[in-house]
Design a binder for this molecule. Structure first.
Ligand SMILES: O=C(O)c1cc(=O)[nH]c(=O)n1[C@@H]1O[C@H](COP(=O)(O)O)[C@@H](O)[C@H]1O
Length: 306
């Protein structure tokens, strides 16, 4: 999958990810009204609304982008119907040729990580048959439990040619509380970065490892250091747009080859029609507003890199 991700990035010339993180408030009234008329003001209605919302955004942007990142929390809040909307979104994006990064941030003791890995990127055996329950291409993983929490994910990646993005330095304001603590004089995120590079060594695709890292756009100086520590790992860079990250902060997340990083924006793209800059599209044309926001994001990043 890392090869497909790199190929998609080269083809689109756009190292970006659209984050499909739908809250019901983001869904325009006309989409909600239709979904509620069909399914009621119920969890099913909400799930139908977010699915229709996603579909329109994907239809209007898929030709410009290499990948999407649905954040599972946004779907789980609507229970089982929400999870069905998550799965429909994963399948639809894959049909459109996009790489799907399931933002699930899992990680547990080994035996439990096996179940997470099998359910999301692997296959589960039921009697004589095997099923791929969610079948994302990559998932995000939390390394706090150490190697035995991560290894089951890596094993499944090797079998299924899937990939991981492991949290190294997260974008949020409190991320330093633990991640920046000094261990033998070095910040913990650097040690986690070294571990990601190590885990990734025998997981190489053609150019990059399929074991990648997450480093927030809000910490560009740390991104610069981590880029060097993990030269063969793709870095997923969230926090562009709504959390304040801008193209000019991102340069050092990339390698000299212009590859090595993929930048996510969720609210910045999916709520574009609500933003003053794209208000001209109106709620009726929310998909076109998202397309314009994607074009602007690509231009901003290209300009910073050139
Ligand atoms: O793993 C992530 O994607 C992630 C890591 C991180 O450090 N910060 C972060 O914001 N994210 C996710 O990236 C997305 C950011 O959304 P926006 O701020 O709306 O662009 C959300 O899905 C977050 O859960």
């Amino acid at each position: 999958m890392i090869n497909k991700l790199v190929a998609n990035i080269k083809k689109t010339n756009a190292p970006i990810v659209v984050g499909l993180d739908p809250m019901l408030d983001y869904v325009p009234d006309q989409v909600k009204a239709k979904a509620f008329a069909e399914c009621g003001e119920t969890l099913e209605g909400a799930a139908e609304a977010i699915w229709q919302f996603n579909k329109e955004i994907v239809d209007k942007t898929y030709d410009l982008i290499p990948a999407v990142k649905p954040q599972i929390a946004m779907y789980e809040q609507f229970g089982i119907p929400g999870l069905m909307a998550f799965k429909k979104t994963v399948d639809y994006c894959k049909e459109k040729g996009l790489v799907v990064i399931g933002d699930i941030k899992r990680g547990d003791i080994g035996s439990t990580s096996v179940a997470y890995a099998v359910g999301h990127i692997g296959k589960v055996k039921v009697g004589e048959k095997s099923y791929a329950p969610f079948d994302e291409d990559f998932v995000t993983v939390n390394p706090y439990l150490g190697s035995d929490g991560i290894n089951p994910f890596i094993d499944v990646c090797k079998e299924e040619k899937k990939g991981l993005f492991i949290l190294v330095k997260t974008s949020n304001p409190s991320s330093g509380e633990f991640q920046d603590l000094l261990v033998d004089g070095r910040p913990l995120y650097e040690l986690v970065g070294e571990k990601v590079a190590q885990w990734g060594e025998d997981c190489m695709g053609d150019e990059y490892s399929y074991i990648g890292a997450v480093v927030g756009a809000t910490y560009p100086e740390m991104g610069k250091v981590l880029r060097k520590i993990m030269p063969k790992s793709y870095i997923l860079v969230p926090a562009y747009g709504a959390q304040g990250g801008r193209g000019k902060d991102l340069v050092h997340f990339f390698n000299e080859d212009g590859l090595g990083a993929i930048v996510n924006s969720s609210r910045g793209i999916i709520t574009a029609y609500k933003q003053e800059k794209y208000a001209r599209f109106g709620a009726e044309h929310f998909g076109d507003a998202s397309r314009a926001a994607v074009e602007d994001m690509i231009a901003d990043i290209s300009q910073a890199l050139n």
